[in-house]
Every structure is written in C-alpha cells, then in structure tokens.
Design a protein around this ligand. Sequence first.
Ligand code: SF4
Length: 214
Amino acid sequence: MCPSMYENLKLTDDTADSADSSNFEDSTNFEDSTNFEDSTNFEDSTNFEDSTNFEDSADSAESDSFHTYLPTGCVLCQRGSKLVLFITGICEKSCFYCPVSEERRGNDVIFANERQVFSDNDLLEEAISMDAEGTGITGGEPLLFPEKVIRYINLLKSHFGSIHHIHLYTSTAPGKDLLEKLKKSGLDEIRFHPPRELWENIGLTEYGDSIRFA
Ligand code: SF4
C-alpha cells in the first residue's frame, strides 16, 4: 500500500455526525493542494485521544510539506516506534508504482516488519522487541479481509492497551458499517488512497462518503 495522495482522518466517535459533512464537496479542493489544510479543515483531526498523550507531539510536529502538522501515526513512524503490520499481499488494484515485493504480492501472507507471522505470538514478540508505541496496518489491501484486521487490532489493543496507536491504509472506500466496526475495535486513524482520477470530484464519489463517515 503506497500512497500517492491520501486523506488522513481520525475516526470520530459518531460516524453519522461528521463535522461539516454537508459542506464536504466545497471544502475539499484537492486541486489547490497548497491550501490543503485551510480548505479541508483537518486541524481538528490532530486532536487525538486524551488517552494517548500524543497531542503535544502531534500538534507541534512539522511535516516539511504543505501540511503544517503530522498525524500521530506519522509522528510515531518518524520516531521509529511504529510496527508495520503487512496483513495480506492480496490487492485488487494494480498501481504502476506498487512497492509490494514479488515475495508478498498476491499471496495471503502476514509480516510484522520483516518477520513473517505464523501465530499471534510472532506478532506480539516483534512488537515487544522494538518497543512499538503503535502499529500501521497495510498490505496489499487490508480491507479485503476486515475480520482479520479487526482481530489483530483487538489483539494489539488487548495486549498493549488503548495507548498503542493503530492506523490503517486502504485503497477502498469502506462503508459506514465497517467504519463503525473498525472504530469500535480500537482503530485510531484511517488513511484513504483514492484513485488519482477521482481526486477532482472526490466528494461526489464513494470515497467522499467514506471520508464523511470517518
Ligand atoms: S493499492 Fe494495491 S496495487 Fe496499489 S500500491 Fe497498494 S498494494 Fe499496490
């Protein structure tokens, strides 16, 4: 899963009441990327959960890009404290820039960083060995296997507690029901990678619906 452009959103408690959802199309002007943060009003999404105590680092972190902040998941990656959970090599897309290796692509294999996972213990041991403060779930397309994603979120949150920050990459446009299940399982952030050809009118697509729900 390699982003060429993404929306990074904190999953809200009330997916049905996303802020300013009625103004989404007007407020997401992806063509004018230099004004991205002004036009999308994502500042609020950096106010992560009180329980994580990451607000200060997230708010003060500079991304060195047109964004003026880094979301918590990126802050932890920058610190080298985020485990990468590659949850499957299967994906229905065929992006020309796909970075997934031959070894993994098309295969339903699981890796925690570079360690192949055959059991829950493999995953937990890898997370413990690097003192992981969080996990980024990627693939392949993780949401082709939502039950597996939810199971691993539950496992990590149960073992490390709610402070273990988890974000997920997807090139799909999950519906409200699945977003609610992911939120309920403990997912903290979701990154949408919509196809390039949809960016200009994304608010009119199913990706727009997913972003509003999230
Ligand atoms: S969406 Fe699929 S094909 Fe595209 S970069 Fe991600 S894993 Fe590769």
